[in-house]
Design a protein around this ligand. Structure first.
Ligand code: NDP
Ligand code: PYR
Ligand code: MG
Length: 549
């Protein structure tokens, strides 16, 4: 049923009457005689399930989205745990790797280095400029943990935006996937005759900076109401573009800030479980990272809030975090360090370089080990047993994506910790049985927070996305666990509740934007929390039934 406002005249004054209407029926003969929405949904689901390979399911779902957007999102909402891994990580990783082969029709905006000097003209070709509210922008230089995939990065932007629609009710017509193509250093792609991108190596850093200046300026002119999410830029660019543009345009970086928020949230819940078992105060947790790229450092920065919430100073919080990269433990005496690694570099270690992870664990004695390294199997039996020897409930978060790059699998963590692990991974794993109990893995993926951050920023028309708004999103997610979920020792809510969670997160983000004075919707300031939540939920787009028929 659709609500329609019909004008009518009363005492010479035009008024509006609310009438309910069924969706317009297609002319007879253009659909089969027996078509019912509920039956058609079963048909679509069984077509999806009839495919053996995840990539085939991905292709089917993309075609369904093109042909019948409403049905695609109905399936997403009704079968979130089944469909999310098909439109997002891990399957979207394969879609990016194979995009030149599976490409059928253009989707999203490709802005290439050839457009330099006329980027605005290209952006104006987007067919729904007035409706555009959120863009996910990648340059394909670090897609998940799969490296430089050039123009094949487009499916990551499309996948993230599908989650904005499914998870936060952003209108599909308001989403703009953008892939910036400034060449690729992926030799295999450059030699592939089917490759869809520019056939040239990546441009220099100076050329890229100049290009991005023009791109961001033109985006703000053509799409004045747009929020931008930077996605999967390689680490150097991820940090530098975030800091150069965040005070000028409304944007956030999902890999640095979204991941930081989602991990802080899961860690808040995990640390409580771990401390309940060990008796250790929350302020005494110690966190070791394997991986010191945009995600590792971004999460480290955000996790400082965990310690500050326990009353520690900035400096005390910083000292609770140790980073390891491909050269081992990061410390001052090791030699020249990349700029983004300096903040967490240790000045209290003066020995020889330490590269063995078990040795590092025995030195640091962390309560939590987080992986953002893309190093499959790095949390091996020795590593997990070392963590379990120091902790009655070790916290293990292998967060690298996709699944095949995860630092360990859930069944391994359960087995080698003898069922004591508190676990979250970047991509999903199945639950496990252990000594008669069902153990549930968490999914520590920024998909839990970016839809809510985006919704909150869009509805408040935030002029910028502040650190406090990101932290508010994180705390909003941590608080969203129900009693039943806490009883099962979940550290993230069930994904089926994503719309409710996104509404809660959006509320926290809007309130924070108001406090910081970056909101541009004064009328929302007048609402109390219950009214604001109702307003947020009322703004969410919902798929209709059988709209294409
Ligand atoms: N769960 C989630 O929501 C998210 C997960 N991720 C995942 O995080 C991963 C990393 O992303 P990002 O930080 O951007 O990538 P980067 O490539 O920037 O960082 C990878 C880091 O891992 C280190 N590393 C690589 N090999 C080893 C090794 N053998 N031993 C120790 N450290 C190693 C690198 O060391 P060095 O610096 O020396 O090269 C680098 O510090 C990806 O798989 C990505 O999918 C990212 C965002 C969100
Ligand atoms: C999840 C995500 O953003 C990543 O792996 O890059
Ligand atoms: Mg990413």
């Amino acid at each position: 049923m659709v609500v329609v406002l019909t004008p009518y005249w009363f005492n010479g004054v035009q008024k509006l009457k609310v009438v309910s209407q069924s969706p317009p029926q297609p002319p007879r003969g253009l659909t089969p005689p027996s078509m019912q929405a509920s039956v058609h949904k079963i048909r679509c689901l069984s077509q999806l399930r009839s495919k053996d390979k995840s990539l085939e399911k991905y292709i089917y779902l993309q075609q369904l989205k093109d042909a019948d957007t409403n049905m695609f999102y109905q399936l997403c909402l009704d079968h979130m745990p089944e469909i999310t891994p098909l439109i997002y990580t891990p399957t979207v990783g394969d879609a990016c790797l194979q995009y030149s082969q599976i490409f059928r029709r253009p989707d999203g905006l490709f802005v290439s280095y050839k457009d330099k000097g006329s980027i605005g003209k290209v952006l104006r070709n987007w067919p729904r400029i007035d409706e555009a509210r959120i863009a996910v922008v990648t340059d394909g230089s670090r897609i998940l943990g799969l490296g430089d995939l050039g123009a094949n990065g487009m499916p990551i932007a499309i996948g993230k935006l599908s989650l904005y629609v499914a998870g936060a009710g952003i209108r599909p017509s308001s989403t703009v996937p953008i892939c910036i193509d400034v060449g690729t250093d992926n030799k295999k792609f450059l030699e592939d005759p089917l490759y869809i991108g520019l056939r040239q190596p990546r441009i220099s850093e100076a050329e890229m900076n100049e290009f991005m200046e023009e791109f961001m300026y033109e985006m703000s002119v053509v799409f004045p109401e747009l929020l931008i999410q930077f996605e999967d830029f390689s680490t150097d660019k991820a940090f530098s573009f975030l800091s150069s543009f965040r005070d000028r345009y409304p944007l956030f970086n999902d890999d640095i800030q979204g991941t930081g928020a989602v991990v802080l949230s899961g860690f808040l819940n995990a640390a409580k479980l771990s401390s309940a078992a060990s008796g250790r105060p929350l302020a005494d947790h110690r966190i070791l990272f394997l991986g010191a790229g945009s995600a590792g450092v971004g999460v480290g920065m955000q996790l400082m809030s965990f310690f500050k919430l326990q009353g520690l100073s900035d400096e005390e919080a910083r000292r609770r975090i140790w980073l390891v990269d491909s050269q081992g433990l990061i410390y001052d005496g090791r030699g020249k360090l990349a700029e983004h690694k300096k903040f967490f570099s240790r000045n209290d270690y003066t020995g020889a370089p330490m590269t063995d992870l078990v040795e590092i664990i025995n030195y640091v004695k962390p309560t939590a080990l987080l992986g953002l390294s893309t190093l499959k199997g790095a949390f091996n039996q020795g590593v997990i047993e070392a963590m379990s020897a120091h902790n009655p409930r070790p916290i293990l978060f292998p967060l690298s994506n996709p699944v095949r790059l995860s630092e360990c699998e859930f069944h391994e963590a359960v087995q080698w910790s003898r069922g004591r692990v508190i676990f979250a991974s970047g991509s999903p794993f199945p639950e496990q049985q252990h000594e008669g109990r069902t153990l549930y893995p968490g999914q520590g993926n920024n998909m839990y927070v970016f839809p809510g951050i985006g919704l909150g920023a869009i509805l408040s028309k935030a002029a910028s996305v502040t650190d406090s708004m990101i932290e508010a999103a994180s705390l909003g997610l941590a608080d969203a666990l129900t009693d039943e979920e806490r009883g099962l020792e979940l550290i993230y809510p069930r994904i089926e509740r994503i719309r409710d969670i996104s509404a809660q997160i959006a509320l926290a983000v809007i309130r924070c934007a108001q406090k910081e004075g970056v909101d541009r919707t004064p009328h929302l300031q007048q609402l109390d929390d219950a009214e604001l939540l109702k307003h947020i939920k009322g703004k969410m787009w919902n798929p209709e039934h059988m709209s294409h028929l």
